[in-house]
Write a protein that binds this ligand. Structure first.
Ligand SMILES: Nc1nc2c(c(=O)[nH]1)N[C@H]1C(S)=C(S)[C@@H](COP(=O)(O)OP(=O)(O)OC[C@H]3O[C@@H](n4cnc5c(N)ncnc54)[C@H](O)[C@@H]3O)O[C@H]1N2
Ligand code: MOO
Length: 412
């Protein structure tokens, strides 16, 4: 049976997903921007640091005056002044001169290095003994060394992590424009499903997907709402979809996405006015019965019910899509964060024409990382549960050979 239509290659669906516009933007304070993507390039309003600064406590000197200095033949310099952390030097260091400085203080004009206090001694009457030479610009942070005024300090599409937050704080940016995060409604379908808090009778299974999908959505910054279980009835699912569409930009429906007797997801979607099914069936394993549909600026994913399949499709397509909606640059790049290289432990066969995602365990030895496939049916949890990452076999390839280098997308 193959009633799938629009069976797409993963790359074709990716191109469609990339065309979907990002969500709107909002201004956020630094304390609330964690994990958000910047909506505009942030240009440094001025040089950072704003001046040459000392990176050690000691004496600002002209490096040339210390050349050849040692324990047995120290250099002797005349101290002009002691500078405090906030002092703006109103003098210049001439040959043979020095100034007392503290870590972070402004380096006076004329000086081009700082000798650490440990290698000096004040002899009285303004004379400082220096027992070690310093190289030019040693122990100095340059004006504009972090970022020059006018340059892009943090670019649009970067996620605000602690490094971006630190940079914005240093530049005095207390608010910035960030993309909004998607609200994601999650629905499970199946007569056999029961919520995890209910007793389990023979023939029934627990709704795993609602919990796993919501966890992944929240982990990538989305706001997940779990709508629970809908029975295998087209009208019920249609109603549940309409209701959830009102409050969310994205819906994830798991189960019923295939072509069986009780697979109503597609029909329930098609009953929604203005909805356009852009994919039903993907050349991917696991995850073939994936559906992607759009209704204006809202999106519905139909995910396979099998726990492993739903998780793999989430990792390789839905999470990048959610990142794309919230403004990530290169959300679909296969070189995104978390990619490592490993050698494959065994031969792996694959069917030509579809992209296979194989779950692997990673082990490290003296030659580097080895990826060992965790094989099994995608209705089982173990293939993902026991794995550390995913590798993929491209659709134009019939398998991978033992010892081949593979890129591994590590699991979140
Ligand atoms: N004749 C064919 N049969 C199947 C095909 C096919 O092409 N032809 N595809 C297979 C593949 S591949 C997959 S994947 C599944 C996908 O089926 P559905 O998306 O329609 O999912 P269901 O039939 O509703 O469920 C499949 C399986 O997953 C369990 N399930 C469903 N929801 C949950 C949940 N929330 N938590 C835990 N487990 C869930 C469900 O009980 C079933 O065991 O179709 C194959 N069949
Ligand atoms: O696609 Mo199914 O998702 O192969 O198990």
């Amino acid at each position: 049976m193959d009633d799938f239509f629009n069976v797409l290659q993963v790359e074709e669906l990716t191109r469609i997903l990339q065309q979907m516009p990002a969500l709107g933007t909002q201004e956020l304070g630094l304390e609330n921007c964690r994990g958000r993507f910047l909506a505009r390039d942030l240009h440094a309003p001025g040089d950072l640091p704003a001046t040459n600064r000392c990176s050690m406590d000691g004496y600002a000197v002209r490096a040339g005056d210390t050349f050849g200095a040692g324990e047995s033949n120290p250099a002797y310099l005349e101290k002009v002044k002691d500078l405090g952390i906030c002092d703006i030097p109103d003098f210049s260091i001439d040959q043979g001169g020095c100034a007392g400085v503290v870590t972070g203080g402004i380096l006076p004009q004329g000086a081009d290095a700082v000798v650490m206090q440990e290698y000096t001694e004040e002899l009285g009457a303004g004379t400082v003994e220096v027992r070690r030479p310093v190289a030019p610009w040693e122990n100095v942070m340059f004006r504009g060394e972090d970022v020059a005024g006018g340059d892009v300090a943090v670019s649009a599409g970067q996620r605000a992590g602690f490094r971006q937050t630190a940079m914005m704080a240093a530049l005095g940016v207390d608010k910035w424009a960030f993309f909004k995060t998607p609200r994601v409604g999650i629905i499970s379908t199946g007569d056999e499903l029961v919520d995890i808090s209910s007793p389990l009778q023979a023939g029934y299974i627990r709704d795993v997907n609602s919990y796993a999908l919501a966890h992944l959505v929240r982990g990538c910054g989305g706001e997940a709402t779990v709508y629970g279980i809908t029975r295998d009835r087209e009208e019920d699912l249609n109603k549940a979809l309409l209701r959830a569409l009102e409050k969310n930009e994205v819906l994830l429906v798991s189960g019923g996405s295939s072509v069986g007797q009780r697979d109503f997801t597609l029909k329930a979607m098609q009953g929604i006015q203005g909805l356009e099914v852009l994919a039903h069936g993907l050349a991917i394993s696991p995850g073939k019965p994936t559906i992607f549909a759009r209704r204006h600026d809202k999106y519905i994913w139909g995910l396979p019910g099998q726990v492993g399949s739903a998780q793999v499709v989430m990792l390789v397509l839905v999470l990048p899509f959610l990142n794309h909606l919230q403004g990530a640059a290169d959300a679909f790049s296969e070189d995104a964060k978390g990619m490592v290289r490993a050698r494959l432990s065994r031969n792996l066969a694959s069917s030509y024409g579809r992209k296979d995602y194989v779950r692997v365990r990673l082990q490290e030895d003296e030659q580097g990382l080895t990826a060992t496939p965790v094989l099994g049916k995608s209705g089982l949890l173990k293939t993902v549960f026991q794995a550390d990452g995913l590798i993929w076999i491209p659709s134009n390839c019939e398998g991978l050979a033992r010892g081949e280098e593979v890129r591994v997308m590590t699991l979140p």
